[in-house]
Design a protein around this ligand. Structure first.
Ligand SMILES: *Cc1c(COP(=O)(O)O)cnc(C)c1O
Length: 464
């Protein structure tokens, strides 16, 4: 399988190269040159298999000869052994035809573990074979950083540095980053906000001398391997509910468009998905794009579902590539309009296709809180604010009532205890396996919002 850039001007890569590179050199994102197909019989044969076996069968066509079958099975087994549920990604039920896909049974209680645990293991095998070491640097508003640290802690070939805004992540999120004791884990509290962290990260990638000296690598959500890992659970959920003999719909709380793009990939591969619904909070750029045909950035407004407080949805570029018949030059033009003027207009053909594939809705803060309250009253379940956004939008966009609707539950309620307590009066408890999180010693380096200071900290902090 070859990977091509969405902007058409970077070299084609194989899976391993695309995974280790992240962003293409022309500024684009890597996508497979075509979508592998799974037949109705192959999908039917997934029924009753373990999550790991489904993961192997769904992802195998994408990885080419990067890993042998035995290596790949081993990678998958190690990735999901850390999950606190035998089904890995179980379903639960909210009403007769509405289901939750619980993506929060990984070590940091958010869905990013599903992909990050897998790519930690894939990096380790690929780097060991190359005799190479890398320095992973990431910026986080909370969930991505803790998932990356959990995935890479203790791995020989990797040092991981996470920049987070000092004082602006929740206590649970901070402790998940500062309590791992392995020498290759480095939590950096930056005196600034999330945008500062992201800007300094970008500066580091643009400093080619530094980039080469430390072997800089990125694992943010534009990494193709992360999207690929997320395709798997659309298959496990749909097959549990009767696919391929029955259609299933999904509603996805969306920020960077990675998770829902994985659903689109599953559909392209042959999974009979009826509707794919984009659910946004008050930062509703994607919902507005479906309504108006114009992708128009506005300022980010903080919300109680902070992991979706995003203004530029990076992975949307991958969809644009398909909407424009895989013409890199057309995508390049849109992205330059966005960079120069803060917006772009979709062609009529692209808007029509977008609306054929997706539906969308938004939930404001009051609606999100009311949904948490209502779900607690009607089912006894306590959901996180991101999941509540999805449930609210799913209720509005239900479509054919005979088709099961699955809402992706992207985080555990205990990760966002303040918002949940405000809505229900109950403070959600951490699962038993991390009940001692607040007793573990913290280890963190405070750094100024300054490129040279951050680079020095990283150079000196790496293991030789
Ligand atoms: C990252 C995240 C999202 C958004 O996912 P995208 O792939 O960026 O669309 C939603 N909910 C939670 C809890 C997250 O951590």
């Amino acid at each position: 399988m070859k990977y091509v850039s969405t902007r058409g001007a970077a070299p084609d890569l194989n899976f391993e190269e695309a995974m280790l590179t992240g962003l293409a050199r022309d500024g684009g994102l890597y996508v497979p040159e075509s979508w592998p197909q799974m037949s109705t019989d192959e999908i039917a044969a997934l029924a009753g298999l373990s999550y790991e076996e489904v993961a192997f069968r769904v992802m195998r066509p994408f990885i080419g000869d990067t890993f042998t079958d035995a290596e790949f099975r081993d990678i998958i087994a190690r990735a999901y052994a850390s999950f606190g549920h035998a089904a890995r990604v179980p379903l639960s039920q909210l009403d007769p035809n509405l289901f939750l896909m619980e993506l929060h049974h990984g070590p940091t209680l958010a869905f990013k573990d599903v992909a990050m645990q897998l790519i930690g293991q894939m990096f380790q095998v690929a780097l060991a074979r190359r005799g190479q070491r890398v320095t992973i640097v990431g910026a986080t508003s909370g969930d991505t950083g803790s998932a990356a640290i959990e995935a890479f802690r203790g791995l020989d070939a990797v040092d991981v540095f996470i920049l987070f805004p000092d004082g602006r992540v929740s206590d649970v999120q901070r402790r998940q980053m500062t309590t791992p004791s392995e020498a290759n884990v480095h939590a950096l509290a930056v005196k600034g906000d999330f945008d500062d962290c992201q800007a300094r990260l970008k500066d580091m990638f643009n400093d080619f001398a530094f980039r080469d000296a430390v072997g800089l690598a990125g694992v943010n959500s534009i990494n193709w391997a992360r999207v690929l890992a997320q395709v798997v659970y659309y298959f496990t959920a749909a097959v549990s509910l009767g696919a391929p003999h029955r259609k299933v719909s999904f509603t996805v709380p969306t920020g960077n468009f990675g998770d829902i793009f994985a659903g689109y990939v599953a559909k392209r591969m042959g999974l009979p998905i009826d509707r794919l619904v984009i659910a946004t909070n008050r930062n509703d750029i994607l919902h507005r794009t479906l309504e108006t045909g114009r992708y128009q950035t506005e300022g980010v407004t903080p919300s109680i579902s902070p992991s979706m407080d995003i203004q530029v949805s990076s992975n949307f570029e991958r969809l644009l590539f398909d909407l424009y018949d895989r013409e890199g030059a057309a995508v390049d033009q849109l992205m330059s309009d966005l960079k120069n003027g803060g917006s772009f207009a979709l062609s009529q053909g692209a808007v029509d296709r977008l609306r054929e594939e997706f539906d969308s809705g938004r939930a404001d803060e009051d609606e999100t809180r009311a949904t948490i309250t209502r779900v607690r009253q009607t089912t006894g379940q306590i959901v996180c604010p991101h999941t509540a956004v999805g449930i609210k939008v799913a209720a509005d966009r239900r479509g054919d009532p005979s088709v099961p609707m699955v809402v992706l539950a992207t985080a555990h309620a205990a990760k966002f205890p303040d918002a949940v307590e405000a809505a229900t009066g109950l403070r959600p408890a951490l699962p038993p396996r991390m009940a001692d999180l607040f007793d573990r010693p913290e280890r963190v380096t405070q750094v100024d919002n300054d490129l040279a200071a951050l680079q020095a900290t990283i150079r000196e902090g790496r293991r030789a």
